[in-house]
Each structure stands twice: as structure tokens, then as C-alpha cells.
Design a protein around this ligand. Structure first.
Ligand code: ZN
Length: 480
């Protein structure tokens, strides 16, 4: 039995989605209501790996450094997936710190942790290099975590296999719940933390099937309630925990919200070009496409056709992540005259068409802060085409936002645009384009402001929380 605190971490659970389905989610909605609907804002960028790192350590991403922006302006293509090992976390996570104070912890399937380590309590790792590890090892046969279920990512790869993909997500959540339930009932520990992965993935893959307002909504379909049902699965389990441990403090949070990936795109580099901050190769307005650019366009068009026709979200996304050749289709350093270019869109939102992103300044800029301020002043008043609304919700110099030692991993300027609009790399006649690309491959996307935060038997002191506060909430809950 868990004595002092139960923490359930639910990847990508969105506050607005809980409200949308509130009639089916009495426990989640009830807890949110009880707490006065507190706000929880994710880290920047609102991605899974940096956000959980922040929850574990209380440090923001500029402090823990688990972030990855690709600098497409780098002379040689330095695209690398984010690499880190357990040494980034060992000894620094809330459960390690609690252990140091004599508080035992059960940690179930923690995101970001690879091989795991021996702790005072229990740790069951996520699948990593073909294995799920249990510490202490003699508990392995008791839990028997199912690698065949939890380690299946990417088995179903095409639109035809959506039913299989859906079933895979539900098998996974059931296994995550089974392990958590066993640990809550059988571990004699003070604190339990369990991580649930499936809300995020299912929203990425099924958003357009569940959202009648999405431009790619296929009409009434057999997957129309898949996202709701995943939330229901979590809701029922939260209800079970509250029923079985009615007096135990309970903390539930997500790492970021989730919604439709923007389907409209805005050409940030084109805006920069018009402001005189970016010069295409060969000068001019870049309207005379080079042969290479034409080829790129043709490939992109063909890829789009394939995506629309047979659909291949999973493997296409994986390819885009893994192979620079895909990245170079969308964002190529060869497009610009680098001697005359001062600023350009950071990879982040160009590749993902997210509404948040950054602008990087060229290495040859002498006073970067002054230039950043000038660009911000230029972009701030930009209005969305044929609307009175500003495009940028906020746009700031990154070193006024974060201050840690890994700040140099960030572009110099970061921004959040209107959520309908995603960043696009290419130059063109129109700045605003009501047509994107990435949303077809992965229709769901992360949101920054709408993570969830709920508690039971644990008072929240504020109305607005940052992801960096979670660590303090955990420590505070155990002080009493
Ligand atoms: Zn995600």
C-alpha cells in the first residue's frame, strides 16, 4: 500500500479535451472542478522529453538541457536525434531526492529513463533495447511486465491498420494500469509515481477522426470516439485509485496539452525576407526556384499524394525524425545566401508545422540582442491575413524567458502564434497559406498552455502553475 502520495503522470492529457468530454469523465472533471480548474503551462518547447525532465527535476529545459532544436543554418548538416542517458537524471529526480530523505518510492514506467537504477522502493522501466527492467530484480516475476505489449511502438504502419493501432494503444494502457494497480496494492512504499503514455500517441494518430471541425475529418467513422475512450480508460482508473485509497493524497498532471496540429501555415522566413533580415540565394525574392528547389517541390507533392491516398503516418513520422534526407526536403540550408542572411526560422516549427517555434540569428551577427529586439518589434504587430488578430500571441528574446546554462541550445527568439497557424520554412508569394502538410501525417499536436493539474487530499495554493512547480508540489506534499 502507498502511504503518503500517489502521482499519476498522463502524457498529453489536455484540459479542454477533459472539459469537452466531461459527461463521460466524472473523476477527472470532478477533480479539476474541485481544484477550481487550475492552469498548468508546459515548458518551451512543449515536448514530452523536456517536460518530463522538468517534472522530475524542477529545472526548466535551459537548466536540464534535455531539448533538441536543429540548427539548419549550421554549415554541415548536424541533424542528430536528442541523445542522453540515465546519468542526466540519476540522483536528480524527485524520487532520488525523496530516497535521500528516507522516503521510499515506487516508480512505474517513467518516461525518459532508459536502463533505470536501483532505488529505495521499486522501479519498473520502459522498454529499452529489447528489455523492461525491474528493480529490485527479485520483483520481476511478480510484476512480469509485458514487453510484447509495451514495446510495440510502430507495429502498425498504414491507414488500413488503424484498428490494429487503436487496439495496440488500449492494450498498452491496460498493461500500464495493471502494473500500477499491482504496485499500489503490493508495495509498502511512501510514494508512487506512474507514467501513462497512450493519451499522447492516440491523439497524435486519431485527432482528425475525432474532430468534426478538422479539415481532414473523414465524416462519421468507427474511430470517432477513440480519443474520448482513452480518456475514459484513464478516468475509470483514477476513480478506482480514489476509491481504494480514499485518504491518500493524489496528484495528477500531464506534460503538455493536445489539439489539432495547425492546418494553416505561415511562412516565417518570407516575413523575415520582407523585413530585410533574410536573403535567398541569388538575391531577389526567391521566386525563381532553382532546379533543386523544383525537385524538392515535386517530391513533396508526391509525398503528399501518398499520404492522402494510402496514409502512412507512423513510418513517415519516424523517417522524418530519423533521416536528415527528409528534413532537407522541408528545410534546406542551401536555400539562402548565408552571408546576407541575419535571421531564419528555427527547425522546430518548420518541420512540425507547430504554432510555437523560434527564430535563429546567424553566427555572423555582432549584437544578437539588439537584432533580436529589432526583429521582435517588426514581427509583433503582424496581423493574420484578413483578420484583426495578431499572428503572434507572444514573441520574446529567449534569454528573457529562460536563463540556464543550456540556453545556447535554443534559437535566440521564441514565439507562440495563434494556435491555428503553424510555421513553414519555404519562401513564397503568400505569407499565409491555408494548407499545410505535417498535419496529414500526424494530425494531433502538442499545446503549450493546456496541460492538466488535479489533486485529491492535497491543496493547491495557486491558480496558475508552471511545469517547474510540479517538483515543489511533490516536495511540499511530503513536508507535512
Ligand atoms: Zn506527443
Amino acid at each position: 500500500m502507498i502511504k503518503k502520495l500517489i502521482i499519476l503522470g498522463i502524457d498529453g492529457m489536455d484540459k479542454d479535451v477533459v472539459v469537452r468530454y466531461k459527461d463521460k469523465l466524472p473523476h477527472l472533471y470532478g477533480l479539476m472542478k474541485k481544484n477550481g480548474f487550475p492552469h498548468l503551462t508546459s515548458v518551451f518547447p512543449a515536448d514530452t522529453m523536456p517536460a518530463w525532465s522538468t517534472i522530475y527535476t524542477g529545472m526548466d529545459p535551459s537548466e536540464h538541457g534535455i531539448i533538441n532544436f536543429v540548427n539548419v543554418g549550421a554549415k554541415n548538416n548536424t541533424y542528430k536525434p536528442l541523445v542522453f542517458d540515465d546519468s542526466a537524471f540519476k540522483g536528480k529526480t524527485f524520487w532520488d531526492v525523496l530516497n535521500q530523505h528516507g522516503i521510499s518510492c515506487a516508480v512505474i514506467l517513467p518516461m525518459n529513463i532508459k536502463e533505470g537504477w536501483e532505488i529505495n522502493g521499486l522501479m519498473i522501466t520502459r522498454p529499452y533495447e529489447g528489455k523492461i527492467r525491474v528493480y529490485p530484480q527479485n520483483r520481476e516475476s511478480f510484476y512480469n511486465p509485458r514487453f510484447d505489449i509495451l514495446g510495440t511502438e510502430g507495429k502498425f504502419t498504414s491507414e488500413k491498420d488503424l484498428a490494429g493501432l487503436r487496439d495496440e494503444f488500449f492494450a498498452k494502457v491496460n498493461e500500464e494500469i495493471r502494473l500500477t494497480r499491482l504496485a499500489i496494492e503490493n508495495e509498502d512504499a511512501d510514494v508512487l509515481f506512474s507514467y501513462f503514455s497512450t493519451t499522447d500517441g492516440i491523439q497524435h494518430d486519431f485527432w482528425r477522426h475525432c474532430d468534426p471541425n478538422h479539415p481532414e475529418y473523414p465524416g462519421s467513422n468507427e474511430y470517432g470516439n477513440v480519443i474520448r475512450d482513452m480518456y475514459v480508460a484513464m478516468d475509470e482508473y483514477v476513480g478506482e485509485v480514489m476509491e481504494k485509497q480514499p485518504d491518500t493524497p493524489l496528484l495528477i498532471m500531464s506534460d503538455h496539452g493536445h489539439g489539432a496540429r495547425p492546418v494553416y501555415t505561415v511562412r516565417i522566413n518570407e516575413l523575415l525576407r520582407r523585413g530585410g533580415f533574410l536573403t535567398p540565394k541569388g538575391g531577389g525574392d526567391g521566386s525563381k526556384p532553382s532546379a533543386k528547389k523544383k525537385i524538392k517541390k515535386a517530391i513533396k507533392k508526391a509525398a503528399l499524394g501518398i499520404v492522402k491516398g494510402i496514409g502512412l503516418p507512423k513510418w513517415a513520422m519516424k523517417l522524418a525524425k530519423k533521416f536528415p534526407v527528409w528534413k532537407s526536403l522541408f528545410a534546406s540550408a542551401a536555400d539562402f545566401d548565408w552571408d546576407k542572411t541575419q535571421a531564419y526560422l528555427s527547425d522546430l516549427s518548420a518541420l512540425k508545422n507547430y504554432s510555437y517555434g523560434g527564430i535563429r540569428l546567424n553566427d555572423n551577427v555582432a549584437d544578437k540582442d539588439a537584432l533580436a529586439d529589432k526583429i521582435i518589434e517588426y514581427l509583433k504587430p503582424v496581423k493574420i491575413e484578413s483578420e484583426e488578430k495578431n499572428l503572434f500571441e507572444w514573441i520574446v528574446r529567449t534569454n528573457t524567458f529562460y536563463h540556464g546554462p543550456y540556453l545556447n541550445k535554443y534559437p535566440e527568439i521564441i514565439y507562440q502564434m495563434d494556435e491555428r497557424w503553424g510555421g513553414e520554412w519555404e519562401l513564397g508569394k503568400n505569407v499565409f497559406e491555408k494548407g499545410g502538410f505535417m498535419y496529414m501525417m500526424s494530425p494531433g499536436g502538442h499545446r503549450w498552455r493546456t496541460a492538466v493539474l488535479m489533486t485529491n487530499n492535497l491543496k493547491l495554493e495557486k491558480q496558475n502553475y508552471e511545469m517547474t512547480d510540479i517538483y515543489e508540489i511533490i516536495m511540499g506534499a511530503l513536508d507535512q
